[in-house]
Design a protein around this ligand. Structure first.
Ligand code: KIV
Ligand code: ZN
Length: 601
């Protein structure tokens, strides 16, 4: 890059329009949409679409709800010509849809364009010529007068040929190419001259014979507010504005096409031309999906239907052979996904209180993914950035586990350890094959790790076999609670261990008594895990080893709530390192630590 870019590039001069009104306006209704996917979008493809691909995309555009579709440049190639003929001859254009075709301002091309349109019920003929000073000077060697002459001669020929084909309901569109770099006075002069030629036939209401003046940012060269000033200037100064549909056609060279098209509407544009997902020359045409969804998320229906966003994206990708970036607004694979723990936590809280019929207010999600046909599956994904929030979200959503906060913190640390090991493995294998190792953990993998950590699916030493609980009506504790006596049988490897017996003011207290271990119950919670037949209870207990001060959670799941709590106690005892004091801990000091990293990636 140059150290002094001013020697090569000039800053764009401001427009003198101090009484501009667009900054105080609001967008309250969508524009007329024109899709140019089949023309501008197609022209930008390394491999232009086949007729079959164009037909598929045309049908998609119709299904989305476009009423104006630029279908091609019929004088440019035989495929383009044949596609237009096929649409007309096979009657593939719905009655409420108008096709548009592009032509340069050259007689043979205009004639060929009209041949292509023979028999169309309705059509917009879109003619353009280059008006920007560097194009006039460098590319065409024409003066301003010669440039106007070219445009008006083309406009006149279009009018004459249309008059020869009265069976078609014609509309005409003119684009001063690279409007953004054209002197505003000259852009007005040439547009006025063209509009002057395209007079509505006598007796026809002006509303029925609107002329379209399209202002292309063929190359985006300024800030979007400057573009808005240019549009407002034209809007105010064009002759016969009441019979002009003012259109904008933004390219995205500076990455601000969306903003420019939106500000252009504030400044007076009635219509927007663009492509789905921003396909088009160089950096693309303005993305109509983003524009439409921007209306939608302001509570204004755009008149286009993206309820099946992913299916739409698939068709577009197949037809254009172009990928869509995972962070592309509204459609990218990752745009409704949070990896960061604080975001996930906020989203989880948002979902918990979101009224299904109310105003959407889930933090970090500007829209409900369900509105564009997406599930909530991808909203939270867990990696090493995620902390406890994402893990808790996935376990609750996929397995119905509402983990107590303390357990979230404890299990979050286990998850973090596994993720850190995975991150290291993936980083050290970068450049080599990572053997499919992912730094992300799915809900299923979390559940596997949870079961492994809390001994829910394992058969270690001394597993629970059965219990018997009896009331002791003649005994009560200090608070007057009736005591209970418990007998618990545990499995000792292959054989049954001697029965443990104890008493207490409830099954847990009785079991702790039976275990005769230096442990104390810190917290206990029990919930139902599933509902209906086969309902199961989940018990969470937090125990403290009084000798070491160590605190661990245990979890038990069972259809019987007492059994679930006994299992939770056993789970926590297994996790506490009781240093030989526990009769059924396989020598705690030597017990192998669970191999969390073995969770299948
Ligand atoms: O970008 C452009 O200038 C065009 C015109 C033909 C409208 O696509
Ligand atoms: Zn263009």
């Amino acid at each position: 890059m140059l150290t002094t870019p001013a020697t090569r590039y000039r800053s764009f001069p401001p427009v003198q329009i101090p009484d501009r009104t667009w900054p105080d306006r609001q967008l309250t209704r969508p524009p007329i949409w024109l899709s140019t996917d089949l023309r501008d979008g197609n022209q930008a493809l390394a491999q232009p679409m086949s007729i079959a691909q164009k037909q598929r995309l045309f049908k998609l555009l119709v299904d989305i709800g476009f009423k104006e579709i630029e279908v091609g440049f019929p004088s440019a190639s035989q495929t383009e010509f044949d596609f237009v003929r096929q649409l007309i001859k096979q009657d593939l254009i719905p009655n409420d849809v108008t096709i548009q075709v592009l032509t340069q301002s050259r007689e043979p091309l205009i004639r060929r364009t009209f041949e292509a349109l023979l028999g169309a019920k309705r059509a917009i003929v879109h003619v353009y010529n280059a008006t920007a000073p560097h194009f006039r000077r460098i590319v065409f060697g024409k003066t301003q007068a010669e440039t106007v002459e070219l445009a008006t001669a083309a406009a006149q020929l279009i009018q004459d040929l249309a008059d020869e084909q009265p069976e078609t309901n014609w509309r005409f569109q003119y684009s001063p190419e690279v409007f953004t770099s054209t002197e505003l006075n000259f852009a007005k002069e040439i547009c006025d001259a063209v509009v002057e030629i395209w007079q509505p036939p006598a007796g026809l209401d002006v509303a029925d014979r609107q002329v379209i003046i399209n202002l292309p940012a063929s190359v985006e060269v300024s800030l979007p507010n400057v573009f808005a000033d240019q549009v407002e200037w034209m809007h105010r100064n064009l002759k016969g504005r009441d019979r002009i549909t003012l259109s904008v056609h933004n390219h995205n060279d500076r990455g601000t096409a969306t903003a420019a098209a939106e500000l252009g509407q504030l400044a007076g544009a009635d219509r927007v031309e663009g492509c789905l997902f921003g396909n088009g020359e160089r950096t693309g045409n303005v993305d109509l999906v983003t524009l439409a969804m921007n209306f939608y998320t302001q509570g204004i229906h755009p008149g286009l239907d993206f309820s099946e966003m992913d299916a739409i994206a698939e068709v577009v990708k197949t037809c254009t052979q172009l990928p869509i970036h995972p962070r592309h607004p509204y459609v990218g694979e990752l745009v409704h996904t949070a990896f960061s723990g604080s975001h996930q936590d906020a989203i989880r809280k948002g979902f918990a209180v979101q009224d299904p019929q109310g105003i959407w207010e889930v933090p970090y999600l500007p829209m409900d993914p369900a509105d564009i046909g997406r599930s909530y599956e991808a909203v939270v994904r867990v990696n090493s950035q995620s902390g406890k929030g994402g893990m808790a979200f996935l376990l609750e959503r996929d397995y119905g586990l509402a983990l107590p906060r303390g357990l979230q913190i404890e299990f979050g640390q286990v998850v973090q350890q596994v993720m850190d090991v995975r991150d290291r493995d993936v980083q050290s294998s970068q450049g080599q094959s990572s053997q499919g190792q992912s730094t992300e953990m799915s809900g299923e993998q979390l559940w596997q790790l949870f079961q492994q950590t809390y001994g829910l699916a394992t058969t270690g030493t001394r597993q629970y076999l059965r219990h018997r609980l009896e009331p002791m009506p003649d005994q009560s504790d200090a608070a007057g609670e009736e005591n209970q006596r418990i007998q618990v049988w545990l499995q000792d490897n292959a054989s049954e261990a001697p029965c443990l017996a104890g008493t207490g003011n409830g099954p847990i207290a009785a079991f702790i008594d039976a275990l005769a271990l230096p442990i104390q119950v810190m917290a206990f919670e029990e919930r139902s895990l599933t509902t209906g037949e086969g309902a199961e209870a989940i018990a969470y207990i937090q125990l403290k080893a009084t000798t070491t001060g160590q605190i661990r959670y245990g979890v038990g799941i069972h259809s019987n709530i007492v059994t679930a709590s006994l299992l939770a106690v056993l789970s926590a005892v297994h996790r506490l390192q009781l240093h030989g004091q526990c009769p059924f801990q396989a020598s705690s000091d030597n017990a192998p630590a669970p191999d969390h990293t073995a969770i299948t990636p």
